[in-house]
Every structure is written in C-alpha cells, then in structure tokens.
Write a protein that binds this ligand. Structure first.
Ligand SMILES: *Cc1c(COP(=O)(O)O)cnc(C)c1O
Length: 434
C-alpha cells in the first residue's frame, strides 16, 4: 500500500498535487511519501508481533537526511555500509547505538568511527576482517560487538547482481565454517560476540528462500546462544516490492484477485512464515530492509521534451535520464510510468520512454503503452524511492536531481537540484596546461 493516487484527474502524493511540486521545483525531481514509509515500517513491525524485534533501515536504499530522520522518529535503527552512512545517521539525529555496520571491506577508519559512536554491532564477513576489528578495538581500548554473517547457500531466486546468499558470491562465511569462525572470534580479546547474521539477496518475491535460510541457520543460532551467549539473530533485508501495477498496489489488498503464485510477498506473509521459526529461539530478531521501506514511497517526476514519431517506433524523450535513475539500465528493471494528468479523451501511445543521455542504454521502458502526452507535460516513474537518487550520477554533466518529502498536505524540498557550479567546484585546470 502506498499514498500515490489520482484525485480527480491529477496524480497526488498524499494530499499534495504532484504537478504543483514539479512547477515549484522543476524536473527531474524525486518525491517521497512520509506516510508510505511509516506504513511500511508499521506493517513490518506488526508482521513480527510477539517477537523481540529491532528494525534497522538499510540506509543505502535512500540516504536522504530527511528520510533518515523520519525513520529515527519511528524508532528504527540503521543498517550501515560505510563511514559516510554512519555520519549521515549522526547528522540526521539517528541512533548509532541501535545500528549495525555491514559490508565486506570496512576500512580501519570506518571501524574506528563505528566503535567511537558505540555501534550496536559490526557484521563481520571474513576472518581477516575480524582480525582488523580486533586490532582497532584494541587501540581504542574497547571490545568490539560483532555478529558473523553466515552464507546459508540458498538461491534467493532474484537478479544475479543482487543475490548474495549463494556460496559462490563474495558475502559472508559458509555455514560449515561458522562454528570454527565463532571459536576463533571468541579467542580474540577485543571482540565481544553478540549475534549471528544472514542476508540472502534483494528484491525477493517469495518466502521460501528466507524460510530455508532461517531453518539452516537456526540450529547454529541455538548453539551459539548456548556457547557464546549471543542475544540476536539478524535475518537481513531483501523483501521485494511491486514494480508492475505499482499504482494499483496503492489500493489495499488488490492482489487478492491474483492467483496465489502471482501475489507479491507481503510483510504479513513474510512475518507469518518467519516469526514462528524465530520466536522459539528466544533471541532478539533484527530486520534490515531497505527497498521495502522506501521503494514504493517514491516517484521520479519528469517532463516530456519531445514525442518523436518514427517508422514503427515512437520515442518519448523525457528530461530524466539513466544518470538520475539507473535501475532500468543496470538491472533491466521495470518501473510503471503514468501521466500526472489523466485525460480519458486522449489516445493511447506505444513508445520507448528514453532520456537524453547519449547511450542507447538510457531507456526507461521499451514499447510501453501510455496515454498520449506531448512536450511540456509531466509523467511519473513509480516505485523509485529505493536505489534511485542514491545511485544517481552526473554523467553527461547533468546535476543531481532534486528531492522533496511530502507528509499529508505539507511538502518541502529536502535536497536542492545540483547546479553547474556545484558540479565543477572541486575541479581545476593544472598550472602546466595554462
Ligand atoms: C543491501 C543490504 C540490505 C538491504 O537490502 P534491501 O534489498 O534493500 O532490503 C540489508 N542488509 C545488507 C547486509 C545489505 O547489504
């Protein structure tokens, strides 16, 4: 469920007319719904009713300071993957003490920053990393709280670039080496063993792989509770969202009309499958979702530059491009694309919806059917709240887009569009060329 819907002919985010936002702040602009994020957070929480739960929002999905503050206000901790993200949480007034630090290549400086800010735990991916953490903790005179990420070797049945729980990818320690890795950790005097962790991939649309992974790791978790006194089990993130029919998913329970195998994995189903497996362990359960929390809470507004009619192929050229939203070019991902102003008297148009960047990969959709729109009219790319702005670049010397947060009838610019001077501020021509 999300809060993007037509009121009359005009697309709104909560009570705000999106055309008004585009008029004030221009395009391309990301618009986020605070209410949708709160709903997602609470649905996930309710799915694990009766379990001691800590939700750590995965900052990498959308790290705008306003978004982080909103999740901090809701009571979330954070899943962090860099020193920069630790600083973002501090800047947003979030709580590092209930946050965790993941990633395969944490530098000494990043580990120090995490420990100085009393991170809840570092999620360790390898034995050399454990030694490094032990070393930095020793320098600071603290014991570093850790959990080891276990790779359960299950197939998350998702895109190859975002599956992480297979034995042939770079993440975590294989299950068969887990006990030995914990034994080794227990011998390090600046390490405090606190939990166990898994994360099997992103955009999962079935509960099966989660269930399989939790069932594989649960016996280890019980053993670690007995031998090392661990207190939590982090089952990672990865819950998928609906990209197709994204607008329809704003209506509650629209999927009930679908056959069971085509229904999206809801937080309710996810909780219903996993909570009964986790509750008997008597451990705190940690969730680290990113995409699910923000994905359907954002859209990218863009303006039509031209409708170029070709022989057998039409191109709708818009002012957003792959540098603003790279997911279609990078993961072949689907985004629903809708007009901001609906007009039933218009004909349907089938077109490739493309940006102005000089690459054929700069294409948001091929052969997409959309209501006919012309120069100057506005459209929205739905479900763009996760892995959107955070992956934006300045390719083609295009400034980073603006970001706006909506709550009810209020909205505010939470990140101004980047100017040319800002893009080039740190560049210079060296003396030897002058
Ligand atoms: C990326 C990541 C997440 C969040 O993944 P989503 O698919 O956005 O939920 C959680 N945990 C770890 C360790 C990650 O790397």
């Amino acid at each position: 469920m999300h809060h993007f819907h037509y009121t009359g002919p005009d697309l709104h985010c909560e009570s705000v007319d999106l055309a008004a936002v585009a008029k004030l702040y221009g395009t391309p602009t990301y618009v986020y719904s605070a209410g949708t994020m709160a709903d997602n957070f609470h649905r996930l929480q309710r799915g694990f009713d009766g379990v001691d739960l800590q939700i750590c929002y995965a900052v990498k999905a959308n790290s705008n300071l306003a978004v982080l503050r909103h999740f901090a206000n809701l009571g979330a901790g954070f899943d962090l993957v860099s020193g920069g993200e630790i600083r973002r949480v501090l800047a947003a007034g979030g709580d590092v003490k209930s946050s965790v630090f993941a990633g395969v290549g944490k530098t000494e400086d990043e580990i120090r920053l995490a420990l100085e800010n009393e991170i809840f735990a570092l999620h360790v991916e390898s034995e050399p990393e454990l030694a490094r953490i032990n070393h930095v903790a020793g320098q600071l005179g603290v014991r570093a709280p850790i959990a080891i990420r276990i790779n359960p070797d299950v197939d998350a049945l998702t895109h190859a670039k975002i599956t992480t729980g297979r034995s042939d990818n770079k993440f975590g320690i294989p299950l068969r080496h887990a006990a030995a890795a914990y034994e080794a950790a227990a011998k390090l005097k600046n390490i405090r063993i606190k939990g166990v962790q898994m994360h099997i991939g992103s955009q999962l649309t079935e509960a099966g792989p989660y269930q399989e992974a939790v069932e594989r790791i649960a016996p280890l978790a019980m053993q670690l509770k007995a031998t090392h006194g661990i207190t939590y089990f982090s089952i990672g993130g990865g819950l998928g969202i609906v990209y197709q029919d994204a607008l329809a998913s704003g209506q509650s329970a629209w999927w009930e009309a679908l056959p069971a195998d085509r229904r999206p994995l809801t937080p309710e189903t996810y909780g219903a499958v996993l909570a009964p497996l986790l509750a008997p362990l008597g451990l705190k359960v940690m969730l680290e979702h990113g995409r699910f929390m923000v994905g359907n809470a954002g859209v990218l507004l863009t303006r039509v530059e031209h409708l170029k009619r070709g022989a057998g192929r039409n191109f709708l050229i818009v002012d957003a491009a792959m540098n603003d939203l790279v997911r279609p070019a990078m993961y072949d991902s689907y985004h629903e694309i809708v007009p901001l102003h609906r007009d039933s008297s218009r004909r349907a148009l089938t077109a490739d919806i493309v940006g102005p960047v000089c690459e054929s990969g700069d294409c948001f959709a091929q052969g997409r059917q959309i209501q006919e729109v012309g120069e100057g009219e506005l459209i929205a790319l739905m479900s763009a709240g996760a892995y959107g702005y955070v992956m934006a670049s300045r390719y083609n010397t295009r400034g980073l887009p603006a970001e706006v947060l909506v709550q009810g009838s209020m909205f505010e610019l939470v990140n101004a569009r980047e100017t040319f001077d800002q893009i080039t501020a740190r560049e210079k021509v060296p003396a030897f060329l002058k």
